[in-house]
Structure formats: structure tokens, C-alpha cells
Design a binder for this molecule. Sequence first.
Ligand code: ZN
Length: 98
Amino acid sequence: MSRKDTILRAAQRTAKEARNNASRKMKMKDEVSISPHRHCSICWKPVPLERDPPVCNADKCSNSWIKKDKARKRLTIMMYLFPAIAIFFLILNMQQTN
Ligand SMILES: [Zn+2]
């Protein structure tokens, strides 16, 4: 066997191995990839993407989501209300000093 043959054979083997590895990786990717979805914001169970509110079917989860939502809305109101009150008193103070 000539040196050229040996090199050629080695190259072919490497190419075959590379192809095999690539196809194995592709297969793994296929197994891992799942359809797009979101998670229940309470227990992190997968739920459909278009689900609103993003909670699963469990009563416990929907109840605590409602509680959380109310708390969040209250916080948003506070965030606007407190600066508004502060500005109101500031204006009141300025008028009294003049
Ligand atoms: Zn849940």
C-alpha cells in the first residue's frame, strides 16, 4: 500500500466519522427541541403559549395568581400615587411661603 492510499483512506474515515457525529448531534437536537410554550407563573408547569393568565389548571395556582396580580396592580397605583402626593405637598408648601 502506498503512502497516498494510506492518507486517502484516513481522510475518508475522518470524513465519515465527522458525518456520523453531525447526524448524531442533529438527532439529539431533535429530541431536545419541543414546541414553544410558557410556564405556569406559580408552579412552572408547562402551559400553552397563548394562555392568559399564564397559570396551569390547578385552583391553587389560579388563586395565587389572582392574589399576585392584585398586589402588582396595587404596587403600580402606589408608584404613581406617592410621587403625586409629594408633588401636591410641594406645591402647597410653595404657595404658603409666597
Ligand atoms: Zn401551576
